[in-house]
Design a binder for this molecule. Structure first.
Ligand SMILES: C[S@@+](CC[C@H](N)C(=O)[O-])C[C@H]1O[C@@H](n2cnc3c(N)ncnc32)[C@H](O)[C@@H]1O
Length: 443
């Protein structure tokens, strides 16, 4: 069933256009823009809510464009490609602003006044450092449809870096590739900027057999751009399968050249481990975090959810002492290696669940001048009081979900913080996702 002539009032978190039906129900509509009048194909509905997708636009937004990707609308990925890039930035700011304004805590609502313009990404397409393709029962590779298990087969991805698309193009005609895909559920292709090529991880249905290793070796020999192949699976760890170099190292790395006021920076991480997806924009994200944290040479810094030391390494060069905490063992190994490579000897990295580590540090009663927190999408529920106890002066919160950020800001304000700066950083062009860096100070 379709809805006709629905007016979209605004875009909300998740990238949905919000409208209201004559019967009073709210309608959340994908692929629409504010102010548009659209026909909607209903995908789900309840007594109070209808969800669907815009199938026809009668009165287009002035910044609506023809999406360049042939899979747009089918693939569940880029849900803002129908707006030009400046329009996407405006919409992302409006989404954060709307969430702040609807918060029950007046101090969160007041923070809307200091919400800065989002920092645009240097690249609006071709920026993703890695993609994860799903493999269907016929050995086709693709991305999932929106909220569906079904796969949309793709030959490439316009938001991925060129070297990733080139890798995919060289793999596709190869019989060894088709054969490996029969045993594969997911394929991750990632760029290794310093290594000058790409790395593939085949997630296998079962433990690898000698024939799989032979096929991986054949693929590496044929492809000029792919440096290394790994196998991984549910019941076995990341396993080197083939590589140009007989010593198949696990690390990938990026080097950012020196800029005025910022020394050169090399960051490495292990294949399959976390790194920010948009490496060019990551340089700006790091600069934003360092500028807001502004650690003095006599200050101590606590970096929670530190990963491979993305913020810890540049922060440690400007402070007396840094402690980084992170749950993933491979990330901690990389953080220690990154510190060694940068000649840093004032940073310590501990592998621990964040809540446990915060409880322990709070009990020790030694606050840090500055605390950095970069949690996953779920945010940091239940940590506000501990963060208040652990923070001497400044807290820098890096968030990839404005809804959980606003919830946590309410708790942090109640725990004794004031919001001083709110800087969105666009790490994910063409999608509704937005990173926000927030500076809070202890009252
Ligand atoms: C958004 S990433 C940020 C990593 C790093 N700050 C960066 O910029 O690359 C979140 C990190 O938190 C880690 N993590 C998630 N939940 C955790 C938990 N409960 N305890 C410890 N670490 C956790 C993940 O392994 C991941 O490295």
């Amino acid at each position: 069933m379709n809805i006709h002539d629905l007016t979209i009032n605004k875009l909300i978190n998740g990238g949905y256009g919000l409208g209201r039906l004559d019967d009073g129900r709210a309608a959340m509509v994908r692929l629409a823009l504010p102010g548009e009048t659209v026909d909607v194909r209903i995908e789900r509905q309840t007594k109070s809510l209808v969800e669907g997708v815009a199938v026809r636009v009668h009165a287009p937004h002035p910044r609506r464009i023809e999406p360049p990707c042939p899979y747009y609308g089918d693939c569940g990925g880029c849900d803002l490609q129908h707006g030009d890039y400046p329009c996407q930035l405006e919409l992302k700011k409006a989404i954060i602003s709307d969430l702040l304004q609807r918060h029950p805590e007046p101090a969160v609502r007041r923070a809307t006044a200091i919400l800065a313009e989002p920092l645009p990404s240097p690249l609006a397409f071709g920026y993703r450092q890695r993609i994860r393709l799903q493999i269907d029962a016929h050995g086709r590779t693709g991305f999932r449809r929106f909220h569906r298990h079904e796969i949309v087969a793709v030959a490439g991805c316009q938001i991925a870096r060129d070297d990733i698309n080139q890798t995919l193009a060289t793999l596709r005609p190869h019989p060894a590739y088709a054969s490996l895909l029969q045993q594969t559920t997911e394929l991750e292709i990632m760029a290794d900027p310093d290594g000058g090529g790409t790395v593939c991880v085949f997630i296998l249905k079962r433990r690898p057999r000698p024939r799989d290793f032979n096929q991986a070796t054949a693929l590496c020999r044929e492809s000029e751009i792919m440096n290394r192949i790994f196998f991984a699976g549910r019941d076995f760890p990341l396993t080197p399968a083939a590589g140009r170099d007989p010593q198949i190292g696990r690390s990938l790395s990026v080097t950012y050249p020196a800029e005025p006021g910022r020394p050169a920076l090399t960051l490495g991480w292990e294949a399959g481990g976390f790194c920010q997806i948009n490496l060019a924009q990551n340089r700006r994200l790091i600069a934003t975090v360092v500028d807001l944290a502004a650690p003095g040479p006599e200050e101590s810094v606590l970096d929670l959810f530190c990963g491979m030391g993305n913020f810890s390494i540049p922060l440690a060069t400007g402070c007396r002492r840094l402690l980084g905490i992170e749950g993933q063992g491979s990330a901690i190994r990389s953080a220690r290696a990154n510190a060694r490579c940068a000649g840093i000897d004032n940073a310590e990295f501990r592998q621990a669940p964040i809540h446990d580590a915060c409880t322990q540090l709070t009990a020790q009663g030694q606050p840090f001048d500055c605390v950095i927190i970069d949690p996953p999408r779920q945010g940091a529920p239940g940590l506000a009081r501990q963060l208040a106890a652990l923070t001497g002066r400044r807290l820098v919160y890096i968030s990839c979900d404005p809804a959980t950020l606003c919830r946590d800001l309410g708790d942090l304000i109640a725990a004794g913080f004031t919001v001083r700066r709110l800087q969105p950083v666009d790490m994910f062009p063409q999608t509704h996702h937005i990173e926000t860096v927030v500076l809070l100070e202890k009252n």
